[in-house]
Design a protein around this ligand. Structure first.
Ligand code: DP6
Length: 326
């Protein structure tokens, strides 16, 4: 019998950010988060289990992963093997469909696709909630990439209550994201290390958690009621407050570069002129502009003087996880 399956998952960008864990093993977050899954970037992963013991092999874009990245995938696969009660080795082939050099290769699509392919390959029939819980244990943000469009990851209290679910929104057909690639190089502080350092040392961290949970409720309301302006304001606020918590860590760190600040400033200026746009940023220097389809042309024109055309990537809401047998 073939133990072979394929899955495709899309990257998501948080509008209300996840920053900090209260359980590093299970990846339980300190606060809930809300995201938009994008159509432009995805990961396709094939997993084949072979009925024998041995080490897993993992190829990303046809290249073997380094030892530490392979070990992370193997630890994740151990969880899937444990669900089935087998100790078979796996061959994993993964492809990231991200425009070259975009610096957007993301663990959210990677672990969502791996959760889907590995569980199907072993014949586990997991529903979306179980897949979200499983993907979360690979990377927190992957819990949200099980779903298309808007998704809310509730912090929960334990393994079984910390999962994402989809949100219907009148904004779905109109929202767009313009990703401005400032620097595609590897980030100096991984989000995992950055979160740990912020939780352990930033005096602003407790304020972040309290505020993030409160604002998440407002964000959910804005998204489900189609309030674009409030959604945008809250998204920008969430990003600024998350980054503020890192600035106060010891040692402090900052993902922004001068180019990031320049784009933030352009977004603010355009908004003052009536353009509906807001920015958000994650654990890297790239800026994501949240906007409406009707504003894209104006935005691209305004950014043309500062940013290369190839550094601008347009995305719209994307689909949820797709899984098939091979
Ligand atoms: C800033 O999900 O990559 O993008 O759970 O340690 O794998 P791990 O972290 P990850 O962190 C994402 C952080 C963020 C905000 C967000 O996506 O909510």
């Amino acid at each position: 019998m073939a133990h072979h399956a394929r899955a495709k998952a899309h990257t998501n960008i948080a509008l209300s950010k996840y920053w900090g864990k209260r359980d590093n093993e299970l990846i339980l977050p300190m606060n809930g988060s809300l995201s938009l899954t994008l159509d432009a970037f995805h990961t396709t992963t094939e997993v084949r289990f072979i009925e024998e013991r041995g080490s897993d092999t993992v190829l990303l874009n046809e290249q073997p992963l380094d030892d530490s990245a392979t070990a992370k995938v193997s630890r994740f696969l151990d969880r899937v093997r444990a669900l089935k009660g087998v100790d078979w080795r796996a061959e994993v082939h993964s492809h990231n469909q991200v425009p070259t050099g975009a610096g957007l290769a993301s663990s959210s699509s990677a672990f969502a696709a791996l959760a889907g392919a590995a569980s199907r390959a072993l014949g586990l029939e997991l529903d979306e909630r179980a897949l979200s819980i499983l993907a979360r244990k690979g990377s927190g943000s992957a819990s949200r990439s099980i779903f298309g469009g808007f998704a809310l990851w509730q912090a929960g209290e334990d393994d079984l209550s910390s999962y994402a679910y989809p949100l219907q929104s009148p904004l779905y057909d109109d929202i767009a994201m313009l990703v401005v690639v400032i620097n595609a190089a590897h980030k100096p502080v991984t989000s995992r290390e950055g979160m740990r350092r912020t939780v352990d040392t930033s005096p602003y961290y407790s304020a972040w958690v309290k505020d993030a949970e409160q604002r998440l409720g407002e964000m959910k309301h804005a998204v489900t009621h189609g309030d674009f302006t409030r959604m945008g304001e809250l998204a920008e606020m969430s990003a600024m407050r998350m980054h503020a918590s890192m600035l106060a860590a010891e040692p402090p760190f900052c993902y922004w570069e001068s180019g990031s600040l320049q784009v933030m400033q352009i977004v603010r200026e355009l908004r003052a002129q009536g353009c509906q746009c807001y920015f958000t940023m994650d654990a890297g220097p790239n800026v994501k502009i949240i906007t409406r389809n009707s504003e894209l042309a104006v935005l691209k024109r305004a950014l043309a003087a500062t940013v290369d055309e190839q550094a601008l990537l347009t995305a719209r809401p994307g689909p949820g996880l797709l899984v098939e047998n091979c």
